[in-house]
Write a new protein. Structure first.
Length: 94
């Protein structure tokens, strides 16, 4: 990139975070996987691939707003989607 483009982007970033570089490096949605991430889950011998999209998730070519909806579609029962996919341990650590 041109130096003036880089300077312009840095100024825009400073408008958003007040020049705090640490704050700039922290993702606001850090609990959510990065867009494009592929999540794998085997269920009853079948491997299921879920792709993280900008506005939700995709499974078998269809968009979903939540992992719980995908888990329900796969299993036929209600699940915490984060637990089903393995992104969150259902047992709390003390």
């Amino acid at each position: 990139m041109k130096p003036e483009t880089i300077r312009r982007l840095e100024r825009l970033g400073e408008e958003l975070d007040g020049g705090d570089r640490l704050r700039r490096s922290i993702r606001a949605d850090r609990d959510r996987p990065i867009t494009g991430t592929r999540l794998l889950r085997e269920w009853q011998g079948v491997e299921h691939v879920v792709t993280v999209t900008a506005d939700g998730f995709e499974w078998q070519g269809r968009p979903y707003k939540s992992l719980s909806a995908i888990a329900r579609a796969i299993t036929g029962t209600r699940w915490n989607g984060w637990v089903f996919i393995g992104l969150k341990n259902h047992r709390r650590r003390t």
